[in-house]
Design a protein around this ligand. Structure first.
Ligand code: SF4
Ligand code: SF4
Length: 280
């Protein structure tokens, strides 16, 4: 049977998913659940419960033989289905083969520098993405992976080989369980491994109080990155925009001050990191 993957969305032109203009593909499914997740509808695969079907004002979602079917051209993008879903999923997904994605990428190839796969957590579909990257690289496009850092490096060895660069989130080096609802702990080990192979474009840490030891995480990463001057370290102050009202209140109380983030950036610079970006 043909290898297919569930894609949440495709952005033909993005300038925040790596260098230059890039086509970004967001795969469905994640292995962690961050407290500040801004795309919770990408976490789980739809279980076809049908609850969102009756909420759709344009009948873009239908229940066909017990399976939810999405028709993009009649979707009003009102997000009512996503607000309805209690399972951190979305009915607005599409099943693609690597050839079908390649055909879309081929249409845009003259206008982009490369493609970036994101999610969700794209390494969960390493087999599929390896196949896709092998098809796309001969087009002269660079292939990037945006990862949360929690993967088995042996299981994704083939993907690492065909990936130009990774963009790695280091969510935290401590308290990961409360921040990301996971027992996984190998993000720093994986970062070091990818750095040793010259496969890292940037590292990002979202700064949130109490759920992580900000200082410990940031200085740990800085002490690793000081030996890799070309790698960007992006410090991002957590924000509450786009979250539900209940989550907004929870996050708002944990946003570090702008002054503190600037102070932290100075510290990172003093440690020896050359390439720092602040999102505040
Ligand atoms: S966003 Fe969801 S509920 Fe709204 S029109 Fe599209 S499919 Fe229907
Ligand atoms: S998207 Fe959510 S609410 Fe809709 S059918 Fe799937 S699991 Fe149920």
């Amino acid at each position: 049977m043909e290898n297919k993957a569930v894609v949440n969305r495709i952005i033909p032109f993005s300038n925040v998913d790596g260098p230059g203009n890039r086509l970004a593909i967001f795969f469905q499914g994640c292995n962690i659940r961050c407290v500040y997740c801004h795309n919770p509808e990408t976490i789980n695969h739809c279980i076809n419960c049908g609850e969102c079907v009756i909420k759709c004002p344009t009948k873009a979602i239908k229940n066909i033989d017990g399976k939810v079917n999405f028709e993009e051209k009649v979707c009003a993008e009102c997000d009512q289905c996503i607000r309805t879903c209690r399972f951190n999923s979305s009915p607005r997904t599409t099943l693609y083969s690597a050839q079908e994605l390649y055909n879309i990428i081929d249409e845009y190839k003259l206008f982009i520098r490369g493609i970036t796969v994101s999610g969700g957590e794209p390494t969960l579909r390493a087999d599929f993405i390896t196949e896709l990257f092998k098809m796309v690289r001969p087009l002269g496009l660079t292939c990037f992976v945006d990862t949360n850092g929690f993967f088995d490096k042996d299981e994704i060895a083939e993907l690492i080989k065909v990936t130009d660069k990774f963009m790695v989130d280091i969510k935290a080096v401590d308290k990961i369980q409360s921040l990301c609802e996971t027992k996984l702990k190998n993000n720093i080990e994986n970062l070091k491994y990818l750095l040793s192979m010259d496969k890292v474009y940037e590292v990002r840490t979202v700064l949130i109080e109490d759920y992580m030891d900000i200082e410990n995480t940031v200085t740990t990463v800085a002490n690793i990155l000081k030996d890799y001057p070309e790698v960007i370290y992006k410090l991002i102050r957590v924000h509450a925009a786009g979250l539900s009202d209940a989550e907004k209140d929870k996050i708002k109380a944990k946003i570090p001050s702008e002054a503190y983030v600037r102070q932290l950036a100075e510290k990172v610079k003093d440690i020896g990191v050359k390439n720092i970006e602040l999102i505040i």
